[in-house]
Design a protein around this ligand. Structure first.
Ligand code: CAA
Length: 399
């Protein structure tokens, strides 16, 4: 992957060194993913299984990333992490690079960070000591359980409850669209504890997947396969030690975590778009049509110019947001929403142009641009739809 943007002033020398090393490692572990040779070293004995079981493959990727030490960037020091605070630029560079190579690898990495995010950012020392080193080593897989069937864009409408019983809490209800449902070792769960209405009466918990009464009643198949499903809580009893943050402040835990990770979704979109541009350049320079190279037609150049500009504009928004957070900003709500909104929408346009440049090949199953076309679509929806990002940006701007 072209990492020349790491010379921008948003980055420090440590980021440049990281990007060079990590993209080399990813190139060896996951690439090249092209038709016919779509097998990475992480999965070389698993080629046939991959199509049928993304669940297994996802766990293997987490293990490989953990063993190589890259998941240390998903948690904080001294609990297995590489730094005392999550470094958003490193998280973004990681996701950009992984998405360039392999959508499932990006997903597996991202969920370690997001699932453990509430514990990293708001957890007690005991929670950090218990969960984070295992997330960093790849031994434990993490998940973030916020959404419900009737509470996606509006999590304040959630119905999953956590009733106080002595010093314990008893969780009941069902979460939906939960990434890593079924393979996670623990879940960051948001539930209504009733201290107040709407956003005020929600608390955050960290719950082991082996808790009595916790089940995964359904897996959900999606266009870009990854582990996803429903998680049910039938009277799941947890002690007060499972509370993350203060009772009634779970909404702030959720939003504060999303503030950090929304920029990384934008970075993943940037990685997909960068890959589409990379494939398009190679194709346009080699494909002959009407007796000349595809790249010699102005209509091709028009597309390449739009794609390159949107890739750079996305990168500027992504790394501005990440740099701001790393520089000590308390909230980057506006900047991370702008990055997520723009980069995911732009990546969809960039990839669509790549498919058009590839013509018939662009829609053949297994082609890189065909895979990217499916991989990018969920990013305009998860961790806050484009419409929600616009609500957030408009509110912040009007304020
Ligand atoms: N950081 C800290 N606190 C925040 C915050 C932030 N980024 N955003 C809001 N808050 C606080 C506010 O300050 C406010 O506190 P006070 O009442 O003390 O002032 C409180 O939270 C409520 O805020 P709002 O009044 O703005 O809340 P709202 O109900 O109007 O919601 C929203 C705002 C931005 C639309 C929010 O509901 C939202 O972000 N929705 C999208 C949810 C989402 O991203 N879902 C995705 C699920 S996770 C996922 O997708 C993971 C996956 O699968 C991979």
């Amino acid at each position: 992957m072209d990492i020349s943007h790491t010379s921008w002033p948003f980055f420090e020398e440590s980021h440049r060194e990281f990007a060079a090393k990590f993209s080399k490692w990813c190139g060896a572990a996951f690439g090249p993913r092209t038709r016919g040779t779509d097998v990475s070293s992480v999965e070389k004995h698993e080629h046939d299984a991959r199509a049928t079981d993304e669940y297994q493959r996802s766990r293997k990727i987490v293990k490989a990333l953990g063993e190589a030490g890259w998941l240390r960037n998903c948690v904080i020091a001294p609990h297995g992490g590489s730094r005392e605070k999550l470094d958003v630029r490193t998280l973004c560079l990681s996701r950009e690079t992984l998405a360039f190579c392999d959508g499932l690898a990006d997903f597996a990495f991202a969920m370690q960070g997001l699932g453990a995010g509430p514990v990293s950012i708001f957890g007690t020392e005991a929670q950090r000591a218990k969960y984070l080193p295992r997330v960093a080593s790849g031994e434990w897989v993490a998940a973030f359980a916020l959404s419900e069937e009737a509470a996606g864009s509006d999590p304040s409408a959630m119905a999953v409850s956590a009733a106080k019983d002595g010093s314990d809490y008893v969780l009941s209800g069902e979460k939906m669209w939960i990434s890593n449902a079924g393979i996670a070792d623990f879940y960051s769960v948001f539930a209504r504890t009733g201290e107040g209405p709407g956003t005020k009466g929600i608390s955050a918990f960290v719950v082991g997947a082996d808790a009595n009464g916790l089940t995964v009643p359904e897996r959900i198949e999606v266009i870009s396969p990854h582990p996803l499903g429903k998680v049910r809580f039938d009277g799941v009893r947890v002690s007060a030690e499972a509370l993350v943050g203060k009772p009634g402040e779970g909404f702030k835990v959720a939003m504060g975590t999303l503030d950090v990770f929304r920029s990384t979704v934008a970075a993943a979109a940037l990685g997909f778009a960068r890959r589409a541009l990379h494939e398009s350049i190679a194709h346009a320079n080699s494909r002959e049509v009407f007796g000349q190279k595809l790249c010699e037609f102005q209509m091709t150049q028009d597309k390449i110019a739009d794609m390159a500009t949107e890739v750079d504009a996305s990168a500027l928004l992504v790394y501005r947001s990440a740099w701001l957070k790393d520089s000590g900003a308390d909230r980057i709500t506006r900047e991370s929403s702008m990055a997520k909104y723009y980069a995911t929408e732009a990546a969809q346009r960039v990839i669509d142009k790549a498919v058009q440049l590839f013509g018939g090949r662009g829609v053949v199953s297994g082609e890189v641009v065909e895979r990217l076309y499916r991989d990018i679509r969920p990013l305009r929806i998860y961790e806050g739809t484009s419409e929600i990002q616009k609500v957030v940006i408009a509110r912040q701007t009007l304020r």
